[in-house]
Design a protein. Structure first.
Lengths: 672, 156
């Protein structure tokens, strides 16, 4: 065993910033400031190859990181357990004699939720894929270069920001929600807050940053230190997993899991927080599955909000749904979860109308809902795809047209039900979740191409195809803002880029029919995240794409102030370098804009207004690493700002317009 | 005169390094390794290479042991060993050793025992060559430092 700690870290359970302030590496936070951010990052390196271990240690030293090395995975795991909160990131070898690197990765992901970077000499795709599947945030191929290690801080930051955003969703809605969560989460969440805030403050170069941080830190420590920690040992986790499997992922609520596990001393909160992590873990797995099959994730949609749901009350769901933050198809999943939830009281008559109302308001979403419901059968009856597809499409469209707002509730009742089941169906066996989805995705992908070739005109077949996931948002956006000059510029933007058919599609106004046609696939996805993932085959690594989903989702909620929406969207391109990504993120934003329509109308404006400044800074943070890109995005920002504002104004008109358009188009398309 | 000796040794060292690079025994990763050597760890390259030799010899022994078994079947274990060997070799910039490892691993994946044996022999050969050359290099380096060290106080 070789556990060498190169510099002493004082163990303060908490954030990077707190540890840095008290750590030996930072002599004085006032003097150091936060400008030297990555310096002092606490890295744990695990590798049975002592040669590499020594080299990496030296390299990390050169980056002025705080290195702890360990040549055995089991020792490393114990170290991580004993000194929770004392590491920011873990670097782990893949093949180790005592414990597989993947296993370690899995444990770390479940227990302490740290970013783990895998490394191996084995650079074959299968090996890398396996690493990503297990939740690695990066995979470095040996020989590892100093430049690569210099950059690992980004994973720490990215993770913290993502957590931060998730927290803000719930936190802003229910302030004390945070405290109701499991102790683990409270701690990590608070640390995430501080970490990000500290850094943000550094950007602004505030002089009083330290005092504020300290203040927050103490508060958080007080609130979290009282609760005892539960170590989720392998056995305990196994019990947990079997309980979840027994109940089914959708039906698995902390209380019932707790009952099934029957472990003395374990509280509902412990289980709740672990369940949350477990779901995140599954989400990560599914994220990879999807990339493998070449289509962006569908599971992300349902699972992601579920995770948040874990601690949300009924009010939140309405609000989230209303803001479009939850894609409607995931509402179905939410619904399923809520029904099984004893604490939420959501079965009561109050909630269902509320959910429906939320659906109602987001009228554009309803086709999506149908898409989900009808898209699923597609998978099952392979033989008669095109026919079936068209039929189901027609029926869903017909519903769309014929039923006005008044008629919707009944429709919804019927559609929410089936889609509910479908989501449940696909997720019924969580162990096989990935495989099933993969297969389905592949099949869907194949089938998707067939019906589309029938529906869309032959001329645009090829061009429409790759962009199919993007089209819905784009078309609906342009429909909605049909009379605003800004929408023209949007189209112009797309024209210049390689996907020419957007403008064609939307100008011919059959976009809405396409919309429905494509949603059997796309509708399952979290709409915002899809385009980016889909348009950039292979260029985004899985963590960043899942992050993009988050980012975009978040924006839907925060969408009142137009600038914020963009700034957060901008984070995406920051990670992903090529031209296509810009489109991807852009269309992602149009989805958000569309979402804002109902949001506005509903009048849930009070929510989310506290975010702007933070995300405005976000924006400038991410492109900073490569300034060339940064400039480009800022440009885009200016261009896109207008359409957004226009959209906001037009939203009231927008919905009727959309309806008129869709009915016309749909019928015309079908007569063709 | 001593100063001259140091210069000559410096040139010798560079010539040897150039040769090793030319032969593909070493690659730029070795240069990276040299660059990592600083005041905090003045003997870093030598230290790492010593660790590498130590580990590699264990690995080579294990590999030979695995291949010499009468009923050999544990290709998976061999793959893991090779992977490690590959990782450490590439990390110090031992290019040719690494390349042989790649071939070795390919053979082991095809359960090609004869190929594995051939690869092992080649690997041992490459390893010995590398070890000799690096020892030579360190030897010259040591002499050079001595020579430079002697000259140093005279100048200042």
């Amino acid at each position: 065993m070789r556990v060498a700690q190169s510099s002493v870290t004082t163990c303060v359970a908490g954030s990077y910033s707190s540890c840095k302030a008290s750590g030996a590496s930072a002599s004085d936070p006032e003097v150091m400031g936060y400008e030297q951010f990555p310096a002092g990052l606490r890295v744990l390196v695990v590798d049975d190859d002592v040669t590499c271990l020594r080299i990496i240690e030296q390299m990390l030293h050169r980056c002025r990181y705080d290195v702890t090395t360990c040549s055995e995975a089991t020792v490393a795991l114990n170290l991580l357990r004993e000194r929770k909160g004392c590491f920011d990131v873990v670097l782990s070898d893949v093949h180790m004699p005592d414990m597989d690197g993947y296993k370690l990765l899995e444990r770390v992901g479940l227990e302490m939720d740290l970013p783990v970077i895998m490394m191996s000499a084995d650079g074959r795709t299968s090996a890398v894929m396996k690493g990503i599947k297990h939740g690695a945030c990066d995979y470095l191929i040996k020989p590892i270069r100093e430049e690569e290690l210099k950059n690992i801080w980004q994973h720490v930051l990215r993770k913290k920001w993502n957590e931060n955003k998730e927290l803000e969703h719930s936190g802003s809605l229910e302030e004390n929600d945070r405290h109701k969560r499991g102790n683990d989460d409270a701690e990590y969440a608070s640390s995430a807050n501080e970490g990000a805030e500290g850094i943000l403050k550094a950007q602004k170069k505030r002089s009083n940053a330290k005092d504020e941080d300290d203040g927050e830190l103490e508060n958080d420590d007080l609130s979290t230190s009282k609760k005892p920690r539960v170590v989720w040992s392998v056995e305990l986790h196994q019990q947990f997993v079997s309980a979840v499997n027994q109940l089914g992922l959708d039906k698995a609520v902390p209380k019932r899991i707790l009952e099934l596990m029957n472990v003395p001393g374990l509280t509902r909160e412990n289980v709740a927080s672990h369940l949350q992590k477990f779901r995140l873990y599954l989400k990560r797995l599914s994220g990879v599955a999807q990339q493998q099959s070449g289509v962006s994730n569908t599971i992300c949609g349902p699972v992601d909000p579920n995770v948040k749901l874990g601690s949300l009350g009924q009010f939140d769901i309405q609000a989230l749904a209303a803001s479009g933050q939850i894609p409607p198809q995931t509402l179905a999943a939410l619904h399923a979860e809520l029904l099984g939830r004893p604490t939420g009281n959501l079965m009561s008559g109050m909630d269902q109308p509320a959910l429906l109302q939320a659906l109602l308001q987001g009228s554009k979403h309803i086709p999506i809902e149908h898409g989900v419901a009808y898209g699923q059968p597609l998978v099952k009856c392979q033989s008669d795809i095109s026919k079936h597809f068209q039929q189901s499409k027609v029926s869903s469209v017909v519903e769309d047209i014929s039923s006005g707002f008044g008629a919707w509730p009944s429709n919804n009742l019927s559609t929410v039900g089936p889609s509910n089941n479908l989501v449940g169906l696909s997720a019924q066996n969580t162990n096989m979740l990935m495989d099933i989805w993969q297969q389905q995705q592949q099949r869907q992908q194949q089938q998707e191409s067939q019906p589309q070739s029938m529906l869309s005109e032959p001329g645009c077949l090829i061009n429409v195809q790759p962009s199919c996931l993007v089209v819905p948002s784009q078309s609906s956006a342009s429909l909605q803002a049909g009379d605003s000059p800004a929408s023209v510029s949007q189209n112009g933007h797309f024209n210049r880029s390689s996907v020419i058919d957007y403008s064609l599609v939307s100008s011919r106004s059959n976009g809405s029919s396409l919309n429905i046609a494509q949603f059997p696939n796309g509708g399952l996805n979290t709409t915002a995240g899809v385009p980016g993932g889909y348009l950039t085959p292979g260029s985004i690594s899985s963590p960043s794409s899942s992050c993009s989903v988050n980012a975009n989702n978040n924006m839907g909620q925060q969408g009142q102030s137009s600038t914020i929406t963009f700034s957060a969207g901008r984070q995406l391109p920051g990670f992903a370098p090529n031209r296509h990504d810009i489109q991807g993120s852009y269309t992602g934003k149009t989805v958000e804009m569309v979402d804002q329509g109902p949001f506005r109308n509903l009048g849930f404006v009070g929510k989310g207004t506290c975010f702007p400044s933070r995300f405005a800074v976000d924006e400038f943070e991410s492109p900073m690493s490569n300034l060339g890109h940064g400039k480009l995005y800022v440009d885009n920002n200016r261009v896109k700002l207008e359409p957004n504002v226009d959209l906001m104004e037009n939203t009231k008109v927008g919905i009727p317009i959309l309806h008129r358009f869709s009915s016309n188009d749909v019928t015309s398309v079908f007569t063709e | 005169m001593l100063g001259l000796g140091a210069d000559r040794l410096w040139a010798d060292m560079n010539r040897l390094l150039a040769l090793l690079f030319h032969q593909g025994v070493l690659d730029e990763q070795f240069v990276q390794l040299q660059q990592l050597q600083d005041e905090s760890s003045p003997n870093f390259v030598c230290e790492v290479v010593t660790i590498y030799f130590h580990e590699s010899e264990k690995l080579l022994k294990n590999l030979r042991g695995l291949l010499m078994e009468r009923e050999f079947s544990d290709y998976k274990k061999m793959g893991i060993h090779l992977n490690q060997f590959m990782g450490s070799s590439s990390s110090i910039g031992a290019k040719r050793v690494r390349n042989v490892c790649v071939a070795f691993r390919a053979a082991s994946e095809q359960n090609n025992r004869a190929g594995c044996l051939r690869a092992l022999e080649l690997l041992e050969h490459e390893y010995c060559y590398l070890k000799n050359k690096l020892h030579e290099l360190f030897h010259i380096e040591q002499q050079r430092l001595l020579a430079a060290g002697v000259r140093y106080p005279m100048q200042n």
